[in-house]
Design a protein. Structure first.
Length: 305
C-alpha cells in the first residue's frame, strides 16, 4: 500500500493528506439545520450532517490530493449513526480513488489487536465468505502495549497489502510527559522508533515499509533524528497549520528525493471558510474555500524542496 501512496503523491505533486475530523461546530449552519429538519434533533441528524459536509469537501478537493485521514472518534461520538457516516465517507473517498488513512489509534493485547486489525484493514470470514468491516487502506496504531499490540497489524499489512502508521512522537503539547522520558539515557520516542524500524523489516513494499510512523510537525529537531532512525518508514506528520507547524519545519521529515513524509492538515482545510483569509467564500461556498486552502498548502509545502 505504501508504494501506491507514493505513486499518488508523485502524480499529484502533493505530499499532503486532508484530515476529515468533523465537529458539529465546524459545519455551516444550513447543513445542520437541514439535517435536523429531516431527522429531528437526533444522532441520525448529526450523522447525516457530517456526511454531507465530508462529501462536499471531498468532492471539491479529491483531484488535488492523494489521501484523506478521517479521525474515527469524531464519528463514534454520534454512536451508530456516526459510524454509518464514517463508512459512507470512507466508501466515497475510495470511489474518488483516494487512499484512506483511518486515524483509529488502536493497540491492545494480541487477540484484541488482531480483531482491530481485521476490522479496519483486514477481513473476517462468515461461513465461507470473506468480508471486510471497514475499508481503510492504512490505520494509525498505538504501540504502548508493545509488540503484542503491533504485530497483528503487521501481519495483516504483509498478508493483505495494507499499511500502518505507528505513534512515535505526537504533536500534542503533553506528549513529552511520557514520550520524552529517558530510559538508559535515551528518550522513549527513540526506542519506539527503533522498534518501528524492526517491525517494518517484516513488511517491506519496495524502498519503504508498510509500517510507517507518526511524528508531529511541531518537533523538527526530533523529526530529523527520527528520520535517520527509521530510514524505511514513511512518516505521517500531523500538526501543520492550525496546531502551529509551519512548512519550514517540515524539511527534516523528508528524504533528499522529496519522499518519505506526508503532511496532514485537518481544521486548516475543512474549516477554511471560517478563516479570515478565505472569508470571501462564505458559508455557502465552504467546499470551494477548502479547495483553495489545499492549493495554498500544496504551494507552501512544495516550496521547501
Amino acid at each position: 500500500m505504501i508504494s501506491k501512496l507514493i505513486q499518488r503523491i508523485q502524480e499529484k505533486n502533493a505530499p499532503i493528506v486532508v484530515g476529515l475530523d468533523p465537529m458539529l461546530s465546524y459545519l455551516p449552519a444550513f447543513l445542520l439545520e437541514k439535517a435536523i429538519d429531516d431527522y429531528g434533533e437526533t444522532l441520525e441528524a448529526a450523522g447525516e450532517a457530517i456526511w454531507q459536509y465530508n462529501k462536499a469537501i471531498v468532492g471539491a478537493v479529491h483531484d488535488l490530493i492523494p489521501a484523506v485521514k478521517p479521525q474515527i472518534a469524531m464519528y463514534e461520538q454520534f454512536g451508530v449513526p456516526g459510524l454509518i457516516a464514517f463508512e459512507k465517507t470512507v466508501n466515497y473517498c475510495k470511489e474518488k480513488d483516494l487512499i484512506v488513512i483511518g486515524d483509529v489509534k488502536r493497540g491492545d493485547i494480541g487477540s484484541t489487536s488482531a480483531a482491530y486489525a481485521n476490522g479496519h484493514i483486514g477481513s473476517v470470514t462468515v461461513g465461507n465468505t470473506e468480508l471486510r468491516g471497514f475499508h481503510e487502506d492504512i490505520v494509525t496504531v498505538n504501540p504502548y502495549l508493545g509488540s503484542d499490540g503491533v504485530k497483528p497489524f503487521v501481519d495483516v499489512c504483509r498478508e493483505q497489502g495494507r499499511g500502518i502508521f505507528v505513534l512515535v512522537k505526537t504533536s500534542n503539547p503533553s506528549s513529552g510527559e511520557f514520550q520524552d522520558r529517558e530510559i538508559d539515557g535515551r528518550p522513549l520516542y527513540e526506542l519506539v522508533a527503533e522498534k518501528v524500524d524492526e517491525w517494518g523489516k517484516d513488511a517491506m513494499d519496495g524502498a519503504y515499509s508498510e509500517v510507517g510512523a507518526v511524528v508531529g510537525a511541531t518537533y523538527p529537531e526530533m523529526g530529523a533524528v527520527l528520520r535517520k532512525k527509521m530510514p524505511h518508514a514513511y512518516i505521517l506528520v500531523p500538526g501543520y497549520g492550525a496546531q502551529g507547524g509551519t512548512a519550514d519545519q517540515l524539511r527534516p521529515y523528508f528524504n533528499e528525493d522529496g519522499l518519505g513524509a506526508i503532511v496532514n492538515s485537518s481544521r486548516g482545510i475543512i474549516c477554511a471558510y471560517k478563516d479570515q483569509k478565505y472569508s470571501d467564500f462564505g458559508e455557502d461556498r465552504f467546499a470551494e474555500a477548502s479547495r483553495q486552502a489545499v492549493i495554498d498548502m500544496k504551494e507552501d509545502i512544495n516550496r521547501i524542496f
